[in-house]
Design a protein around this ligand. Sequence first.
Ligand SMILES: Cc1cc2nc3c(=O)[nH]c(=O)nc-3n(C[C@H](O)[C@H](O)[C@H](O)COP(=O)(O)O)c2cc1C
Length: 177
Amino acid sequence: MIDYSALFRISYGLYIVCSGNREHGNGFISNTVFQVTSEPVKIAVTCSKKNFSADLIRQTGAFSISVLHTQAAPELFGRFGFRSGRDFDKLAGLDLHYDETTGVPMVTDGSMAVIVCRLEQSFDVGTHLIYVGETVQTRMLDPDKTPMTYDWYRQNRKGIAPPNAPTYVDKSKFGMK
Ligand SMILES: Cc1cc2nc3c(=O)[nH]c(=O)nc-3n(C[C@H](O)[C@H](O)[C@H](O)COP(=O)(O)O)c2cc1C
C-alpha cells in the first residue's frame, strides 16, 4: 500500500530550470533539484520526457537553476509550471541573466540564487530523465530572502503540481479528496 500523505513529507525546494540561449530560451518549475556530489559540485534535476525542456536541455548541454524565494510571484508558477515553451516564449518580459560560458539564460525574478551546470550525464528512469550537471557558476542574488519549499508552496499558496511533475498524484485514482 502507498500512503501518498507519507510521500508529501519528503522535503523539496522549488526552482526554475532554464535551458537554451539568448535567441531561444525556456524554463520549467521543478521541485526535484538536488546536489549529488561536492567535489566537484554536481547537481541533478528530474525532467519529464514530455516537457519541452527535456530536449532543450540535451541540445543546450547545460541548464541553470533559479532558487525561488517565498516572495516569488504566483504568476511565475502559472507561466513556468503549467504551460509549455512549445506554445509561447516563457522568458519574455522577465529579468534575465545569461551565463558567459554556456550562454544559458537564468531567471532572476523571484529568485534568491542562481546556479549554472554543464550537462554531464542523463539517466532514463521511465517517465522522466534525471539530468546531472557539473556546476560552473553560482551567484547569490538576495541572501536575506527565504527559499521556498514545496511544503510552504502547498500550505501557503495552496499550490498543486501538474501531471508532468514527478510528485503528481492523480487523486481520483486513489479515492482521495
Ligand atoms: C510545483 C511544481 C513542481 C514541478 N516539478 C517538476 C519536476 O520536478 N520535474 C518535471 O519534469 N516537471 C515538474 N513540474 C512540471 C513542469 O514545470 C511543467 O510540466 C512545465 O509546463 C514544463 O514546461 P516545458 O514544457 O516548457 O518544459 C512541476 C510543476 C510544478 C507546478
